[in-house]
Design a protein around this ligand. Structure first.
Ligand SMILES: Cc1ncc(COP(=O)(O)O)c(C=O)c1O
Length: 476
């Protein structure tokens, strides 16, 4: 009888633990000693099994192919943030054990970031930002001294690596080739012709996924006396990135990235940059935390990185970022790259079998692309199609020109004047592509599911067009 009771108690404890585990998502520690791997990482994606209501009233889990916009958080990241909030105190200013503890963690995460991007801690520093856009704006505001300062960028860029330079300095552009790849000889041509102060390029495109050889660009920039800034938004969660090149002239001077694109929630990010180049400058962003001392009508501002971190920081964002780095490194960037390449190939192979498909960029050689594929069907409005994929099948894609308008217009062969005509148009009337972007947790089955439902989604989108819009030409 006693034995029986023990046995029953054992079952109750086991059942309770299992139900607690499934109620809270998986615990931070992976089972056994396998650690986080490509095979088990999907189990740790927050909300992966969450059913969402569709327009027709049914409920479905979402197939998320919108990872270039933002990635879902990982459970261990969420757990780490929750845990560290227990020891949370004011950062850098308070006198308390909690303040000391959280200040140490805030600073040591900077060391982890420096290490993550292979920078030399003797010459590089880190300041936290809200996201890549915030980081690039801060750099533009701090580093550009006068409107005539010339910044060279490319026609591949996200608006966040274009508009801050337009607003602060004088921007010139290196064209992309017919397939949408960066042209390195164009970059050199522009460097030769102009007195360029900064070259700012993306490490990977959010439209085509093309990876830029930023070390090659660094060598060119340095040859002509410019410094190089790299927009790392689309690379940090996809490829091992090092700021150090094979030779010193290939080193990256500034690197900017967002944490919400690497499995941590919104609000975190960092800029890693040469301490010497950042010092003596500061963004037009003033207030607490940026100073040594203030008098009645004078201020002595602190040096970098303090002068770049006005106001109280986003501590949970820092904790999440630190944990996300640990997990991505544990999963391994070689594995992530191989996985994305397999998904890219499967999707493109499937798409190319379909009628009227247009896959943007080089669809024969996918070797220099992160997990981003943009496409269209020449007989179907892309806005209506993306809507059908979402409403009927809970497939999340992105549709539009992806905050990289000039790059997207080049694929359509639209002139600037033609594009101007779209300024007043509704979304459905404005050209756009459909983008699928992969995360580490996406599967081949999910790709097959998209390919399977696409013909039906196209049929529905065409019927809606005919019934409600009567667009003479499909706008893609
Ligand atoms: C290449 C690139 N740069 C910059 C950004 C801006 O990132 P964030 O919105 O996190 O500031 C994005 C966002 O999609 C991006 O893809």
């Amino acid at each position: 009888m006693k034995k029986m009771k023990k046995w029953l108690a054992g079952i109750i404890v086991l059942t309770l633990s299992i139900s607690m585990l499934s109620a809270c998502g998986k615990s931070a520690a992976p089972e056994g000693d396998k650690g986080y791997t490509m095979d088990n990482i999907r189990d740790y994606v927050v909300g992966i099994d969450e059913e969402m209501e569709l327009e027709n009233g049914s409920k479905k889990t979402v197939t998320n192919f919108d990872n270039a916009a933002t990635t879902p958080a990982l459970q261990p990241v969420a757990d780490e943030v929750e845990e560290e909030l227990k020891k949370y105190g004011s950062i850098g200013r308070g006198f308390s054990p909690k303040s000391d503890y959280s200040t140490d963690l805030y600073n040591s995460t900077k060391d982890k970031i420096i290490d993550f991007v292979g920078a030399d801690p003797e010459t590089y520093t880190v300041f936290y930002v809200n996201n890549t856009t915030d980081g690039l704006n801060k750099l533009a505001s701090a580093l550009i001294e006068k409107k005539s300062d010339v910044v060279l960028t490319t026609r591949m860029e996200h608006h966040s690596n274009d508009l801050p330079w337009r607003e602060n300095g004088t921007v010139i552009y290196a064209e992309v080739d017919d397939q949408g790849r960066v042209m390195y000889d164009e970059i050199e041509k522009q460097l030769k012709k102009n007195k360029v102060k900064y070259v700012s390029v993306t490490a990977a495109s959010n439209v085509t996924g093309y990876v830029t050889d930023v070390h090659r660009v660094a060598k060119l920039a340095h040859k002509y006396g410019a410094k190089i800034i790299v927009d790392g938004a689309q690379i940090v969660a996809h490829r091992k990135f090092s700021m150090l090149g094979e030779t010193e002239d290939e080193n990256i001077d500034f690197f900017v990235f967002s944490a919400h694109k690497m499995y941590s929630p919104y609000g975190g990010g960092a800029v890693v940059g040469l301490s010497e180049a950042l010092s003596g400058h500061m963004p037009k962003f003033y207030g607490g935390g940026t100073i040594y001392i203030v008098g009645d009508d004078w201020v002595e501002y602190a040096d970098a990185p303090k002068s770049y971190e006005a106001g109280s920081p986003n501590y949970p964002g820092v904790i999440g970022l630190g944990k996300a780095i640990d997990i991505l490194e544990e999963v391994g960037f070689d594995n992530i790259e191989a996985h994305e390449k397999a998904l890219n190939q499967r999707l493109v192979d499937g798409l190319l079998k379909m009628d009227n498909v247009i896959v943007y960029g080089d669809s024969e050689d996918l070797s220099d692309r992160v997990g981003v594929i943009s496409f269209n069907f020449s007989d179907c409005n892309s806005h209506l199609l993306a809507e059908q994929l979402s409403q009927q099948y809970a497939i999340a894609t992105r549709r539009g020109a992806f905050c990289a308008n000039p790059y997207v217009w080049r694929f359509y062969g639209l002139t600037d004047e033609q594009v101007r005509n779209f300024a007043e148009c509704s979304d459905v009337n404005t050209p756009g592509m459909i983008r699928v972007s992969f995360g580490i947790y996406n599967t081949e089955e999910e790709v097959d599911y998209l390919l399977k439902v696409l013909p039906d989604a196209i049929k529905r989108a065409k019927a809606i067009n005919e019934e409600n819009f009567g667009l003479a030409e499909p706008l893609y």
